[in-house]
Write a protein that binds this ligand. Structure first.
Ligand SMILES: Cc1cn([C@H]2C[C@H](O)[C@@H](COP(=O)(O)OP(=O)(O)OP(=O)(O)O)O2)c(=O)[nH]c1=O
Length: 191
């Protein structure tokens, strides 16, 4: 049986794969995300996901390597991870009382055949109204800093979310249903 390798430093992605009892190891990629551009958000997350998977695929044998990238899109603007508290504040002010999309691109590489699968999932998220103080208090927890769009739906950020339309795991960082389907299409049953 091929080894499943998650090319990610994200603890959320690890937890998601653990949730469905995939037997895997984690090897973070060394991709510099700032060096990759896309024509649109979907193109961007797919390119980043492939770059991450490819970087790790070069270092392992007999494996199925999975890379992913998540962004928040608000009115055509791509929001990645905030670089400062001020940026997190700006992002959350934009997302308040309105809807945005969370897009995760993922890539799967079979290191034996070099066959690849690249796909993405999009989830609509609607946030409720909240106060400036709510945003400041949330930022003070430190939670927004390593999360696309400056919030974590799986942690305290859940309080800001009124409803979602689509895959929940996609918002957290890996669309489990679609990922499993794509692995199956490559010939691997990972669950
Ligand atoms: C919107 C949202 C994002 N996120 C996280 C998922 C990702 O870890 C992060 C987006 O950053 P990414 O660049 O996709 O991933 P990463 O840098 O954390 O990890 P790696 O590149 O090594 O795989 O935002 C949440 O945890 N919860 C949320 O609700």
């Amino acid at each position: 049986m091929k080894k499943v390798v998650l090319a990610s430093a994200s603890p959320r992605r690890q937890e998601l794969l653990e949730q469905i009892y995939v037997n895997f190891v984690t090897i973070p990629s060394n991709v510099d995300e700032t060096k990759i551009n896309g024509e649109d958000p979907i193109d961007l997350v797919q390119k980043l996901a492939l770059a991450k998977a490819d970087d790790v695929a070069k270092r392992v044998g007999n494996s199925l390597v999975i890379g992913a990238d998540t962004v928040v899109v608000y009115k055509d603007e791509v929001l990645g991870k905030p670089n400062s508290n001020a940026e997190a504040y700006e992002m959350l002010s934009k997302l308040r009382e309105t809807e945005h999309q969370v897009i995760t691109g993922f890539a799967i590489i079979d290191t034996n055949t070099l066959e690849q699968k690249i796909d993405y999932e999009m989830t609509k998220v609607i946030m409720k109204d909240f106060t400036d103080q709510d945003i400041s208090d949330y930022i003070a927890t430190g939670e927004p800093m390593d999360k696309a769009g400056g919030y974590a739906i799986q942690e305290r950020g859940a309080v800001f979310v009124e409803k979602i339309d689509g895959s929940y795991s996609n918002v957290v960082g890996l669309p489990l249903s679609k990922l499993v389907i794509n692995c199956k299409e490559l010939g691997y049953q990972i669950v």
